[in-house]
Design a protein around this ligand. Structure first.
Ligand SMILES: C[S@@+](CC[C@H](N)C(=O)[O-])C[C@H]1O[C@@H](n2cnc3c(N)ncnc32)[C@H](O)[C@@H]1O
Length: 213
């Protein structure tokens, strides 16, 4: 059965309902350049060397696992609240990885000791309280020297009206400013880097990428 988010931070009514389908979501990701951005996240920021244990919180249809070279023998775990996405991820990754259909507030307790935890475009789908709890859970699930990397769409001073309009239509209703994302993570983590990326997508769409320890 499909798990429904009780939160107002994730809108899935009207035309947005179509995006709850894995195939429509994937098409949308390809067209907007979100897929290419995920490749950059892995190749420029995560730079896996092999044998890492990686948790992908809010993994969507599991595209990150497709990017990770099979030869690197990454131990990958993906979690998402959308059961159709998770079914799709399981069917389309040739048995690689472990996928769980669950909310961020009930991540599998037996999965821990991660080298890297990824949160790609998930926090803007979460209320502040859920976000804070997730950050604490991430800390508990990371190895002592593990890395937490999040990327989110971000409000900035200099956005065009087209970009503001596009962001206002996102399913995630909690796009924040860079300072607000930083405030969330700094309660638990030391921030190694926070950058605004202006060319991440094929559409006007500024992204904040934050790496923490
Ligand atoms: C913008 S998508 C990003 C998906 C994936 N990280 C990617 O980049 O392809 C946001 C994801 O968050 C998931 N999501 C929203 N609220 C959630 C919650 N409370 N718990 C777990 N996943 C959630 C949605 O189902 C969706 O897959």
């Amino acid at each position: 059965m499909k798990k429904e988010s009780k939160s107002n931070a994730h809108a899935s009514h009207g035309w947005r309902r179509a995006l709850e389908s894995p195939k429509v979501f994937n098409l949308f990701q390809r067209i907007t350049g979100a897929e290419a951005w995920k490749r950059r996240i892995i190749n420029e920021y995560v730079k896996p060397v092999g044998n890492e244990k990686i948790l992908d919180v809010g993994c969507g249809t599991g595209y990150i696992l497709k990017i990770l070279d099979e030869n690197l023998k990454i131990d990958y775990v993906g979690c998402d609240i959308n059961a159709e996405y998770i079914n799709y991820a399981q069917k389309n990754n040739s048995g690689r990885g472990r996928f769980y259909c669950c909310s961020v507030d009930s991540l599998p307790v037996h999965e821990s000791d991660f080298d890297v935890i990824l949160a790609i475009a998930i926090f803007h789908h979460l209320e502040d309280e859920t976000s804070s709890k997730l950050i604490q859970t991430v800390k508990q699930k990371l190895k002592k020297d593990g890395i937490f990397l999040l990327t989110e769409p971000v409000w900035t001073e200099k956005q065009s009206s087209i970009e503001k309009y596009l962001m206002s239509k996102d399913r995630g209703r909690n796009i924040r400013k860079e300072a607000e994302y930083l405030q969330l993570v700094k309660s638990v983590f030391s921030v190694l880097q926070s950058k605004l990326i202006f060319d991440s997508h094929n559409i006007p769409w500024t992204v904040n990428i934050i790496t923490c320890k």
